[in-house]
Design a protein around this ligand. Structure first.
Ligand code: ATP
Ligand code: MG
Length: 271
């Protein structure tokens, strides 16, 4: 009886919540079906940066491994709070949208996705997104997987390139390597920006272990890494401007490379 009443209350509350306009929330989705490319690392560092700078951000973890929620549990209590939602858990006592609710005043919602998402997952994850970040490691196999992921975003999730909500973050790079050059050339040919290049650094591993972000570590040790995270956050902060520009422009953004060719093994050129 009690659970029935609770359920009715949730449905009623949802109707009210859903009629509220969340148009001023940046819904940031981090995805790449390839495992281990840095999705959770990006999600936690962006959340920590917003927590230090802004109002309380929310982080939503769709990965059954729960790495982001585990990071949040490790987070020292004296640091600025981050709201966490374990989206991978399914409760029989609550409706799905009740489980996924975040405080109304949340300005930045960061969504961490699992490896190996299906087409249906991709559609659900990217619905109403305002920014989509794809972390990519600079190896041939990872670049190939990223090209598939981008093709699925455009063809399956129907992300309109002219909305300019897609960006790539090159992760675990080493300076002046052929693979980084290859990654840059490949993405350039797609017309998708690389907004940041993160180096391979133990700082990321330490921040994950301690439940903190790079912005919360000793500045002298993490300066170059913090600068790169700031670049990402600057791009994310521009989401309303990007949306406004895309509504104003009548130009169709055409890639140098046709979309269907993404589904073939990328030809990386010979330069
Ligand atoms: N720039 C970096 N330098 C060094 N280590 C990194 C960097 N980025 C991520 N890592 C490490 O690589 C491992 C994988 O990163 P992470 O868990 O963020 O990937 P993921 O895409 O979320 O993986 P999964 O698909 O399994 O969820 C972690 O141990 C993380 O600490
Ligand atoms: Mg992860």
């Amino acid at each position: 009886m009690l659970s029935c009443n609770l359920y009715s209350f949730q449905l009623f509350a949802e109707i009210i919540l859903n009629t509220r306009h969340h148009g001023n929330r940046n819904r940031i989705v981090i995805l790449n079906p390839k495992g281990g490319c840095g999705k959770s690392t990006l999600a936690t560092n962006i959340a920590a940066c917003y927590a230090q700078r802004d109002s309380v951000p929310a982080i939503m973890d769709y990965d059954p491994q729960g790495s982001t929620m585990a990071w949040l549990e490790r987070r020292p209590k004296d640091l600025p709070p981050i709201h966490g939602v374990a989206a991978y858990k399914n409760s029989m006592q609550a409706t799905r949208s009740w489980q996924l609710r975040v405080p109304n005043e949340t300005k930045n919602l960061i969504i961490d996705s699992p490896a190996g998402v299906t087409h249906d997952d991709l559609r659900e994850l990217t619905r109403d997104s305002s920014s989509i970040l794809i972390p990519v490691l600079p190896s041939l196999m990872d670049i190939h997987a990223a090209s598939r992921c981008i093709a699925d975003l455009l063809l399956v999730a129907k992300i309109d390139r002219s909305e300019r909500k897609l960006a790539v973050v090159a992760n675990r790079t080493r300076k002046n390597t052929k693979s980084l050059e290859r990654l840059m050339r490949f993405l350039d040919s797609l017309g998708i920006p690389i907004i940041s290049v993160l180096r391979d650094s133990q700082n990321f591993v330490h921040s994950a272990e301690q439940g903190i972000g790079l912005h919360e570590m000793q500045p002298s040790k993490v300066k170059p890494d913090v600068q790169e995270i700031n670049r990402i956050v600057d791009w994310l902060d521009g989401w309303e401007e990007r949306r406004r520009q895309s509504l104003e422009t009548t130009d169709i953004v055409r890639p140098a490379r046709p979309i269907m060719s993404l589904l073939r093994k990328p030809g990386f050129g010979s330069a």
